[in-house]
Design a protein around this ligand. Structure first.
Ligand SMILES: Nc1ncnc2c1ncn2[C@@H]1O[C@H](COP(=O)(O)OP(=O)(O)O)[C@@H](O)[C@H]1O
Ligand SMILES: [Mg+2]
Length: 400
């Protein structure tokens, strides 16, 4: 019987990355703590979190540039803990793309392939080039076409714009046809407009690689939650070396696991305030503080069973605080709150408001700019309580 695929063909198709209980300490300082994460073959996974939370360290451990203190990392079917970086079949793209200034774009792209050698002979450590010059040209041309660089192959890096240079840096990774792409804030050096454009190009590139039958698993590090939301199939949120939550962008947005994720994902950020007292009144559950009263809908109240007499933090996104003339949610006495307008920031189609609610709480709301409510000094804000959140005040874990 003949196997339909050679073993290495099977391996080449399985580019998942699995981190199991990975911890990294520098001396006594633990910077990545017990992280477990399964990145599927072909997935675009974004690792996001504030500066210093351990994102780059995670990426560098996957690359083999940093030793793992405990736990294990597998790429495809193989545990790579003891595999040197050059044998892990990964390609890394950094913020500082450091092209060779004296080489043409073509030579910059070809450089890594020309360097790649396989050892021959047992007695003398002689090596042989892996790729012939025609094979290199084919790969460089294909990558250049994908990245729109075909016209620039003979130019030197200084004759390119910042965005084009960053694409050459991506090209250097693509020509290697690695199992896994590792990217550490690759767009940070670009200006805002170019960053948005290159973001879209990267999403497209991820699809093109898949359509071309190439491995396209990507682990992408950024501190920018907008990049994470727009690019990731899934987003892994980190804080202080700990993985907080890993899910699709919409699941993170709608169902954050804790206060940190709730406030980190989304812009302007979720309003989280309190503590509010949990009070049972007239057969329903209310959250109260001074003259602020929020009556919870039944499905939310059910999640706070057993919290009667305690306190919670309350969370609601700016777009879920509306005016009577902009709300898609019916306004009634149980979900309106009288607010005073403190600051108005018209953005064109929307207006961002800073509002003072009862209890002295200051909240942000984003309204349709067509609304007339925000021109006045006060209005009755309509809360979409089907989308509100509550957090345990001590642990800050989400209760709903
Ligand atoms: N080689 C090192 N020696 C000691 N501490 C380090 C080293 N590299 C990183 N760190 C520390 O580890 C923490 C996480 O760093 P890093 O992974 O670069 O964070 P991020 O990429 O999320 O900004 C930081 O506090 C950083 O100072
Ligand atoms: Mg970093």
């Amino acid at each position: 019987m003949v196997l339909p695929l050679a073993p290495n063909a099977i391996m080449a198709r399985m580019a998942q990355v699995v981190l199991s209980n990975v911890t990294k300490a520098f001396g006594d300082v633990v910077v990545v703590r017990d992280v477990s994460l399964e990145i599927a073959d072909g997935e675009f996974l974004v690792l996001v979190g504030p500066s210093g939370c351990g994102k780059s360290t995670c990426l560098r451990m996957i690359a083999g540039l940093e030793e793992i203190t405990s736990g294990s990392i597998a790429i495809g079917p193989r545990v790579v803990n003891d595999v040197p970086p050059q044998d892990r079949d990964i390609a890394m793209v950094f913020q500082n793309y450091a092209l060779y200034p004296h080489m043409s774009v073509y030579d910059n792209l070809a450089f890594g392939l020309r360097l790649k050698r396989e050892p021959t002979g047992k007695v003398f450590p002689r090596t042989r080039r892996v790729y012939s010059e025609p094979a290199i040209r084919e790969r460089v041309d294909r990558a250049a076409r994908m990245l729109g660089l075909s016209e620039y192959l003979q130019r030197k890096p200084r004759q390119l714009s910042g965005g084009q240079r960053q694409r050459v840096a991506l090209g250097r990774a693509i020509v290697r046809e690695p199992q896994v792409f590792l990217m550490d804030e690759p767009l940070s050096n670009l200006d805002a407009k170019l960053r948005v454009q290159t973001r879209a190009e990267l999403i497209l590139l991820h699809e093109q690689l898949r359509d071309a039958g190439k491995s396209n698993t990507m682990v992408y590090v950024t501190h920018d939650q907008v990049e994470a939301m727009t690019m990731g199939d899934r987003i892994a949120v980190m804080k202080d070396g700990l993985l907080q939550q890993c899910d699709t962008p919409l699941n993170l947005y709608r169902g954050p696991a804790n206060r940190f994720v709730a406030e980190f994902i989304g812009s302007p950020q979720m309003n989280v305030f309190g503590p509010l007292d949990v009070v049972s009144a007239n057969g329903s559950l209310q959250l109260r503080r001074d003259d602020l009263t929020i009556t919870l809908p039944a499905e939310k109240a059910a999640r706070l069973a057993g919290f009667n007499g305690t306190q919670v933090l309350f969370g609601i996104r700016p777009e879920d605080i509306a005016a009577p003339d902009t709300s898609r949610v019916a306004a009634d006495a149980t979900n309106t709150v009288p607010v005073k307008v403190q600051v108005r920031e018209p953005m064109g189609s929307t207006v961002q408001l800073q509002l003072e609610a009862p209890g002295g709480f200051v909240v942000t709301s984003v309204l349709d700019a067509d609304s007339s409510a925000w021109h006045g000094a006060a209005f009755d804000a309509v809360l979409d309580l089907s989308k509100c959140h509550a957090f345990d005040p001590a642990s800050e874990v989400a209760l709903f």
